[in-house]
Design a protein around this ligand. Structure first.
Ligand code: AMP
Length: 291
């Protein structure tokens, strides 16, 4: 596996391969790789000839009080995982190479970034949109994979790529979970053993909402109540938001007609967890409506 730090070397490698007809796949990450990342890498491996994984802890997507300094950086392990999964090139640019002196351009996707994670973390999505634009410019991939775990991020990137005609096919991979349902995340290492035992409550509350929808309830208050009731069983958990919204616009729904995105963010001490589920309303309801 090639390890590249220089953006110029990265681009030259990719352009040379693409000129030869080789398809380049790309999985951008912030490192501290786990089985969720591994699943994206494996899925990408099957869909391209040459595979690039980037490891870059992007400072511009962290708020001033967030965990940038202590974000885990187990680089040797990450490289081992990439090598074992058949990654061809690991791209590890420095902060100075990404944001050289004089850097000033940013990319904004205002409507999708307005709510939920965007409201809780101002500047976060501008940081994400900008770094992904830059990484795409450096890596020049044909396809790029993102995780559904970060649903709003994936929606924003689809919009960005479409709006700016970036010519990269975006593939969103389902969320990979621990046995108890907790979505895998590099930040789960911050959880104390006690917090870890209750962390899956977020997933359980999303499932409680999904269950109500599958039984035919269209009423948003009832769905949100089911989720809230489940999460309130764990007093150590503080809810940032736990909502049913439109899977495309991410706007709050007034009732569930076809599909709902159940979206949640909670805090357990200083650890913030996010998760989501997309749920289809029962078929009979759709055919009744169409008929
Ligand atoms: P990160 O390193 O946290 O920036 O994540 C890099 C990519 O991996 C993003 O597209 C994430 O959505 C994705 N990802 C992280 N955790 C998971 C997971 N548990 N399941 C699926 N994808 C994930």
């Amino acid at each position: 596996m090639k390890i590249v730090h220089s953006p110029q070397v990265m681009t030259a490698w990719s352009l040379r391969l693409r000129r030869e007809g080789v398809t380049v796949g790309f999985v951008p990450t912030m490192g501290a790789l786990h089985d969720g990342h591994r699943a994206l890498i494996r899925a990408a491996r099957l869909q391209c000839d040459a595979l690039v994984v980037s490891i870059f802890v992007n400072p511009t997507q962290f708020g001033p009080t967030e965990d940038l300094a202590k974000y885990p950086r187990p680089l040797a392990n990450d490289r081992r995982l990439c090598r074992a999964e058949g990654v061809d090139l690991c791209f590890e640019p420095s902060v100075a190479a990404m944001y050289p002196e004089g850097f000033q351009t940013t990319v904004a996707v205002p409507a999708i970034a307005r709510r939920w994670e965007g409201a809780a973390r101002p500047q976060h999505f501008a940081g994400v949109a900008t770094v992904v634009t830059k990484l795409f410019g450096m890596v020049r991939p044909d396809i790029a994979l993102f995780g559904q775990k970060d649903y709003q991020q994936a929606a924003l990137i689809r919009r960005l790529v479409n709006d700016l005609n970036m010519g990269v096919a975006i593939i969103v991979h389902p969320t990979v979970r621990e046995k108890d349902g907790l979505a895998m995340s590099s930040r789960n290492v911050y959880l104390s053993p006690e917090q870890r035992t209750i962390a899956a409550t977020l997933y359980k509350s999303l499932q409680a909402g999904a269950e109500v929808i599958r039984k035919g309830t269209t009423d948003i208050q009832a769905i949100q109540l089911a989720m809230a009731t489940m999460i309130e069983q764990e007093p150590a958990v503080t809810v940032d938001y736990l909502v049913a919204c439109d899977p495309l616009t991410l706007d709050p729904l007034s009732s569930v007609t076809s599909r709902a995105l159940l979206l949640g963010a909670v805090r357990l001490g200083s650890v913030r967890l996010i998760d989501n589920l997309v749920v289809a309303a029962p078929r009979t309801r759709i055919s009744q409506r169409c008929g």
